[in-house]
Design a protein around this ligand. Structure first.
Ligand SMILES: O=C(O)CNC(=O)[C@H](CS)NC(=O)CCC(=O)C(=O)O
Length: 272
């Protein structure tokens, strides 16, 4: 593993696939221009809209998002995480997996994860989320991809961040970098987003790369923003604020080893 720059992209995706992919392309180009070699796109990067619209277009979104990620990774010779897009479930007409894929500079898929924890929550601001109405929950633990140059990369999506056991599993498998692509609600995000991400970084002594949705995506859906990169000590290295853009920071294996020497908590685990 070498030192390199990673980017967490922040977008305001809308119910418009082509527009979102064009916006994502611009931001990937921006991140590449700044030297990023590992780039994450947020949950719902390709489409963010009403559940019924999403499921109606799922087949097209799945095909185009997949092709887009491979094309971008190849064109810019970088590794890209597509942080979550619907992939229809074979044989079940109205359900899709909320899927994240990691692709390399050859356009090859390195890892795939289907979101396990679904956001079925009545948020106290009056919005009701019932992700399970259109999404089939994944049943497998997330994958870790071991890259010689970029380190061991673990995947997760959004609401997963509230379930520390998933990240404990990833760190036990040797993960160095944890992806948490998200579309956190503005209401929960203001109090929970940064705290949860820092906790996952600190307790697992891993880097966190957290791409995000921000602003008014559609109708009354507002997302929190603050795409960020956090180091294994819990320090926020970069924060994209509330506008579309990128958070860029160095992923440094020396720093990782230093923190793991200074705080060897992973070696002191008793229960899990
Ligand atoms: O908002 C939308 O329209 C789209 N959102 C999403 O696709 C997903 C599933 S509904 N959002 C989350 O998981 C938010 C989690 C969260 O915000 C928390 O854990 O507090």
């Amino acid at each position: 593993m070498k030192s390199y720059l990673a980017a967490a992209i922040q977008m305001t995706s809308q119910p418009d696939l082509e527009k979102n992919l064009a916006a994502a392309e611009e931001l990937i180009e921006l991140a590449v221009g700044k030297g990023a070699e590992l780039i994450g796109l947020p949950e719902n990067f390709a489409f963010m809209g009403a559940e019924s619209d999403k499921i109606a277009q799922a087949e097209t979104i799945a095909l185009k998002a997949d092709k887009f990620l491979r094309t971008m990774a190849q064109r810019f010779q970088v590794t890209i995480l597509g942080g979550g897009f619907p992939v229809p479930v074979t044989g079940i007409a109205d359900k899709a997996y909320n899927t994240a894929i990691l692709v390399d500079g050859n356009g090859a898929e390195l890892a795939r994860y289907q979101k396990v924890h679904l956001f079925d929550v009545n948020v106290p601001d009056g919005n009701t989320y019932q992700e399970s109405s259109t999404v089939m929950a994944g049943i497998d633990l997330p994958p870790i991809y071991g890259s010689d140059s970029l380190g061991k990369i673990g995947l997760s999506i959004c609401y997963d961040v509230r379930f520390p056991e998933l990240y404990r599993y990833l760190s036990q498998q040797g993960a160095d970098v944890l992806f948490v692509p998200a579309a956190f609600t503005a209401f929960t995000g203001k109090d929970h987003w940064k705290v949860l991400l820092q906790a996952r970084a600190i307790e697992n002594t891993c880097y966190i790369i957290a791409p995000a949705q921000t602003g008014n995506n559609y109708e009354r859906r507002y997302t929190h923003g603050h795409a960020m990169i956090i180091d294994p000590w819990g320090v926020v290295l970069a924060d994209a604020g509330e506008e579309a853009g990128v958070a860029i920071a160095e992923i440094n294996p020396q720093r990782l080893q230093q923190v793991r020497r200074q705080m060897p908590s992973l070696q002191h685990r008793v229960f899990v």
